[in-house]
Design a protein around this ligand. Structure first.
Ligand code: NDP
Length: 482
């Protein structure tokens, strides 16, 4: 069975403790590879390597750093098919999704920041004829990057690329549930000629590796994407050490549909925003609010489409709905559906585990699930489920829709469907979220700020926001006249 290795100081290495964690293929429910069960000793080796690499990497000319990152990007492109298949097997996502979204986006992340750093300028502030201030933007040092399992290589590279472009060295931990493409990336980094120690990838559990990175005194900056509870724990540990923190956390996003929307476009997009990646995207619109005059028609059409969505083997090119990432997560989602029933929700479709035939008979599959009849403030409508489960609710007025939308502790994104431009602007301004999509969903321009408010996180990624985060500004004031 394949044994993955850590990537430390430019080498693929076994964990010091020589112990491993089982890695499951969720579409068949079986172990197919082993992941290093690293501990604080492996993290320390990674930190030592990063520390040794930092003096040279931080002053390597931007063009040279960019050239290596571009090489990594082109190697990802060259290995598109292999990486897409690996991501699909490791995560359970349809291979077509990995091939068209996850892996191209990982390549784009490296490409974007390789070129972005060349255009990144710092500021100067003249004080008439008295003085001139100029601001240097220096790399911070060693960046700790911790990422989740839902978009494994996509989110891993979204942190690593700007950190490296800005001149930092990195100690990174992918989710131990989906480590494969991060491992394959380490091979590509070696091939691309990334100097030893610049990027170090330590595999293992959150409580044994992630927590050590978060608490490490020589790692002054943590970029974390994951659950809100874990984010709070990282903040608790990191804040007294005055670390720079970027936390991209959970969501419970409203999808607000007005009767005047472009109906067919809305319906097709709402299918994606509800069920893409089995609903395991932090940006999925899990609370669908529909203007009452459109509610019955929407319900009929949406449920009919959801029932037609076939759940299947993720490796099959035609599959649109693959496996849930793990048995534990499948059970969590099924418990959430039980809670929805207890709260008085009516299951319009789905609501249960799907048992496939043949090699996928033990895989973790759940049918697309649509629930109605729940109050906006019940637990099902307040807590993140992170699966192929949405609730639908009618509303009567714009004010009511806004109140429902803003009622959760989360504030990551919202979607608004209306052809009324004034209403679109008005509502977008009042939604308590970091991102609003009007008449679209997941339309991404990598230059834009990305992140949430309230329990959805602290700080922003994307564009120059990420380069601001991964650099430390230093102002220098020079008096011209005394
Ligand atoms: P978790 O918070 O469980 O884990 C995220 C990462 O943190 C994993 O690598 C995990 O390791 C690690 N970790 C766990 N405990 C600690 C700790 N004490 N200290 C440091 N690291 C730790 O999230 P999931 O992997 O379950 O991801 C799903 C969550 O991510 C959802 O809530 C989703 O909304 C959110 N998310 C947010 C996004 C955003 O941009 N806002 C985007 C995508 C997802 P291990 O796997 O070993 O537990």
């Amino acid at each position: 069975m394949q044994k993955l290795q850590n990537y430390i100081n430019g080498q693929l290495t076994d964990p010091i403790g020589k112990t491993y964690i089982d890695n499951y293929d969720p579409s068949v429910g079986k172990v197919y590879s082993l992941i290093p069960d690293s501990d604080e000793r492996d993290v320390q080796l990674a930190v030592d390597a990063a520390k040794a690499a930092f003096p040279a990497w931080s002053v390597t000319p931007k063009d040279d750093r960019a050239a290596i990152l571009l090489k990594i990007s082109s190697l990802i492109d060259k290995n598109l098919d292999r990486l897409a298949k690996a991501e699909s097997k490791d995560n359970g996502k349809p291979v077509s999704l990995a091939r068209t979204v996850d892996i191209p986006r990982a390549s784009a992340n490296f490409h974007f920041y390789a070129t972005g750093i060349l255009h990144y300028a710092s500021e100067a502030h003249a004080m008439e004829d008295t003085a001139i201030n100029y601001t240097l933007r220096n790399p911070v040092g060693i960046a700790g990057c911790i990422s989740p399992w839902n978009l494994p290589l996509y989110l891993f590279s979204w942190k690593i690329a700007p950190a490296l472009a800005a001149g930092n060295c990195v100690v990174a931990k992918p989710s131990e549930i989906t480590p494969m493409t991060a491992f394959l990336l380490s091979e590509l980094c070696i091939e691309a000629g990334l100097p030893p120690g610049v990027l170090n990838i330590v595999h293992g559990y959150g409580h044994k590796v992630g927590s050590v990175i978060a608490a490490h005194p020589e790692i002054p900056l943590i970029s974390f994407t994951g659950g809100t509870k874990t984010g709070a724990e990282i903040a608790r540990v990191a804040a007294p050490m005055f670390k720079k923190l970027s936390l991209e956390l959970g969501g419970k996003n409203p999808n607000i549909i007005f009767a005047d929307c472009d109906y067919n476009h809305m319906l097709a997009t709402t299918m994606r925003s509800s069920f893409a990646n089995q609903g395991q995207i932090c940006l999925c619109g899990s609370r669908i609010l529909v203007e009452r005059s459109l509610y019955e028609k929407f319900k009929t059409d949406f449920v009919a489409k959801a029932m037609k969505m076939t759940v299947g083997n993720p490796a099959d090119e035609k599959t649109k709905m693959g496996a849930i990432v793990s048995k534990q997560h499948m059970e969590k989602i099924l418990n959430c559906i039980e809670l929805a029933k207890e709260e008085g929700g009516k299951i319009l479709c789905g609501g249960e585990r799907v048992v496939l035939q043949g090699e996928n008979k033990d895989g973790y599959f759940i049918a697309p699930t649509v629930i109605e009849g729940l109050p906006y403030d019940c637990r099902t409508n307040m807590e993140e489920i992170f699966g192929p489960v949405v609730t639908i609710m009618p509303f009567d007025t714009e004010e009511q829709a806004l109140a429902y939308a803003n009622s959760t502790p989360y504030g990551l994104s919202a979607t608004v469907w209306t052809e009324n431009l004034t209403r679109a602007h008005r509502l977008s301004g009042k939604l308590h979220t970091g991102i609003v999509w009007v008449n679209c969903w997941l339309l991404r321009d990598l230059r834009t700020p990305f992140g949430g408010v309230k329990s959805s996180g602290v700080g922003r990624e994307g564009g120059f926001e990420a380069l601001h985060f991964f650099t430390e500004p230093k102002n220098i004031c020079i008096q011209i006249k005394n």
